[in-house]
Design a protein around this ligand. Structure first.
Ligand SMILES: *Cc1c(COP(=O)(O)O)cnc(C)c1O
Length: 434
């Protein structure tokens, strides 16, 4: 179809890696217009933890639409919204000892981050937000200022202010606890780091290369925040909603953030929805201060409630994610040992795992090879050097094995040929000479 070349902007990205026209999707599969089946190990970049078009939601959605249920409700009270809040409170927040107010923002992750940053600044009267090396929080200006990625930052067109960066867990090697550095600069009035309103952190960095902070580091981070009277904002947009094996990615650490952002898989069905969870004492918003036309996506409220009811009423889903995650880790470690020449490493937590190939060029060759075997899988990290294993959490054991087999074959084939393959510089030399 030529139309994509004709009038769709060059800004497209995933479409370049997977140049097909997709027409159908179900569970862990996408289908193109020729009916070819693709195993989806990208899962909407984390928006499809429960798979594509899960029948758990579909019937209810069809019934709701057929019955003229409210679709767009601004921020008005609707039954769908009320039931979502009720379920979130009863089945997610209360059992975890969490007491939060829920703010509905515009339906993107980046808008929830904007709201969280604004709130922290307004409540504390301080401007600076501390975020971490390789962190990703979205591409609108506020969230972008807290994002590390140079490619994204470069597109801002204005100076990105109001935030400072400190090293994430592991950034200085595994023996350095970087929260000590944070504590030090916050304790030194002349460190040059303005006392921040908040610290903004992803417990597992998704776009930054699947870097998982340790539970101890997260606890230390919370301690440093408390000591200096700074708010702790957890951006759980990608790591949340079960990806690491628990609903929130910070549960294992036992911390209680002041503010949490959620989006991506919150609606369950891939429908746009984002919220900010905030400690009740922080709820100093004045009516409509942070608004947005699409804060009332009632179809998303409906499916978000069903997602919680269906997957989070007991711990069977959570156990299954942990079990599958352990399998993924085992397979990736084997792949790294067998083919990585001592250079590859495995990182992540639960079903949020990555294979670090060190070289972005190599990782790209491997994921492109996977696509030839009809698997959709992407890379992340500063050099796109980490292959991100990000299939739906609901994937069957057989298809999980199949995907990892495809990956293993691709790694084996690419790494076997790697030595004979001319390097990029050699390729350029040949081209210059001819
Ligand atoms: C994806 C993501 C965002 C931004 O969400 P959008 O819906 O793309 O705006 C923010 N934070 C994290 C951790 C993300 O993974």
């Amino acid at each position: 179809m030529k139309i994509f070349d004709e009038i769709e902007s060059e800004v497209q990205s995933y479409a370049r890696s997977f140049p097909r026209i997709f027409t159908k999707a179900r569970g862990e599969f996408l289908y193109d217009e020729d009916g070819v089946e693709y195993l989806d190990f990208l899962a909407g970049a984390g928006a499809l933890n429960y798979g594509h078009n899960n029948p758990v939601f579909k019937e209810a959605l069809l019934e709701y639409i057929a019955g003229d249920g409210v679709t767009h409700g601004l921020d008005m009270h609707t039954r769908a919204k009320g039931e979502f809040l009720q379920t979130l409170n009863e089945k997610i927040l209360k059992p975890r000892g969490l007491s939060y107010m829920v703010q509905f923002t515009g339906p993107t992750g980046t808008n929830a981050v904007e709201a969280a940053m604004k709130l922290a600044r307004n409540v504390t009267g301080r401007q600076n937000i501390i975020s971490f090396t390789n962190g990703f929080h979205g591409v609108s200006l506020g969230a972008l200022s807290a994002t590390g990625n140079q490619h994204h930052r470069g597109a801002a067109g204005v100076q990105l202010g109001g935030s400072s960066r400190v090293p994430y867990d592991g950034y200085m090697g595994k023996d350095v606890d970087t929260t000590t550095y944070l504590d030090k600069v916050l304790s030194d009035p002349s460190s040059g780091i303005d006392k921040p309103a908040a610290v903004l952190v992803e417990p597992v960095q998704g776009e930054g290369g699947v870097n998982a902070a340790s539970a101890q580091w997260l606890r230390n981070l919370e301690k440093v925040c408390k000591k200096h009277d700074i708010l702790l904002i957890v951006d759980d947009i990608q790591a949340g909603c079960g990806r690491t094996g628990t609903f929130f990615s910070f549960e294992e650490a036992g911390i209680k953030p002041d503010i949490v952002t959620l989006s991506k898989s919150l609606s369950g069905y891939g429908l746009p929805l984002a919220v900010v969870l905030l400690r009740p004492e922080l709820d100093e918003w004045k009516p409509g201060e942070h608004n947005g036309t699409f804060r009332g996506n009632n179809l998303a409220f409906l499916t978000a409630k069903i997602a919680i009811d269906h997957f989070w009423s007991d711990d069977s889903f959570s156990s299954a994610v942990k079990r599958k995650g352990a399998y993924v880790a085992k397979r990736l470690n084997t792949i790294a040992d067998k083919f990585g020449d001592g250079n590859f490493s495995v990182r992540g937590r639960g079903m949020f795992q990555g294979l670090n190939c060190v070289s972005g060029e190599l990782a790209d060759k491997i994921t492109s090879r996977c696509f030839k075997d009809n698997m959709i899988i992407e890379t992340s990290g500063a050099e796109d050097q980490v292959i991100k294993i990000f299939c739906p959490l609901t994937i069957s054991d057989a298809n999980l094995k199949r995907g990892l087999d495809i990956l293993e074959n691709a790694v084996a084939e690419i790494c076997a040929n790697e030595d004979e393959m001319p390097s990029v510089t050699e390729l350029f030399k040949v081209r210059d000479a001819s």
